[in-house]
Design a protein around this ligand. Structure first.
Ligand code: PLP
Length: 286
């Protein structure tokens, strides 16, 4: 396995960073997760734009020019002779003396990991997954914006830990007002009275790239879409529910807090959106 580290590809065993890296010491840094289908990356421009947005929001200058990223990611796929790939870009503040001041770190650390894509077990797509609503709330957007895809991921890790302990696939986090936000690494959608609903960005979520694709597909199918603030009760009344992210695409939800959503089986809107997503995937690859 070849890892890109700062300015070159190195073998996995040589891909080492300092214990003084502020990504390690403080979670000071950002990342993106991307997926390649047969060597072509899903929504590449949007992922790179979000990487730049995260960097801007934490005042970090990524040392690799924006225009060089597509070929760098292409090299990471080719070097590892991958086709269907999982890619992770990590940019940390870099190595510096102990202390919070980013000025202590002269140079960010850049890492690109590319590995074979590990598909989710197929039965999850046919049967749907179980969720719980976690007691861990989503970070307040005014404290640590969920729009920064940051290495400081403890908020989501604590929610995931709670969900796993409860035997669930994932946890839905609420915001301070008790409204739905998102799961630990995915956005949530539900269908009610035939409309496709999802928490608005103002609820304090990461504006997922797959979320945007799904909203576009739904509108193209003539579905009514709604982005608003919802209480957890909305899921009790929902006809269908699903999650979206770059690696899972569209994942049906079977139950929430042990209550079946609709019949519990993946519903017609979920299935038709996923079918459509797959059918026109090519449009989103580069
Ligand atoms: N919400 C969170 C907290 C995430 O970490 C992710 C992706 O990792 C998403 C939503 C979905 O984003 P995307 O569709 O861009 O993969």
């Amino acid at each position: 396995m070849w890892i890109f580290l700062n300015d070159r590809f190195v073998k996995r065993e040589d891909a080492l960073i300092s214990v003084f890296d502020h990504g390690f010491l403080y979670g000071d840094g950002i990342y993106e997760t991307l997926r390649a289908y047969d060597g072509r990356i899903f929504m590449l421009t949007q992922h790179l734009a979000r990487l730049q947005r995260s960097a801007r929001l934490i005042g970090l200058d990524i040392p690799i020019p924006e225009k060089d990223w597509p070929s760098l990611l292409g090299d990471a796929i080719a070097r590892n002779t991958l086709h269907d790939a999982y890619l992770r870009i990590t940019v940390s503040r870099g190595t510096g003396e102990i202390g919070l001041d980013p000025g202590l770190c002269p140079k960010p650390t850049v890492v690109v990991i590319a590995k074979p894509f590990q598909a989710y077990p197929p039965h999850l797509f046919t049967q749907g997954v179980s969720l719980i609503t976690t007691s861990v709330h989503r970070n307040l957007a005014t404290a640590l914006s969920p729009q920064i895809k940051s290495l400081n991921f403890l908020n989501n890790i604590l929610a995931k830990q709670e969900a796993t302990k409860a035997g669930a696939f994932d946890g839905i986090m609420l915001n301070a007002e008790g409204r739905l936000t998102e799961c630990t690494t995915s956005n949530i959608f539900f269908v009610q009275h035939g409309a496709l609903c999802t928490p608005s960005v103002a609820c304090g979520i990461l504006d997922g790239i797959t979320r945007e694709v799904v909203l576009t597909l739904a509108r193209e199918q003539g579905l009514k879409t709604e982005e608003s603030a919802y209480t957890p009760e909305a899921l009790r009344q929902a006809e269908e529910c699903f999650l979206t992210n770059t690696t899972m695409e569209i994942m049906p939800v079977r139950d929430v807090d042990q209550h079946l959503v609709g019949s519990g089986n993946p519903g017609p809107v979920t299935l038709s959106l996923h079918k459509q997503f797959r059918a026109i995937l090519d449009r989103f690859l580069s």
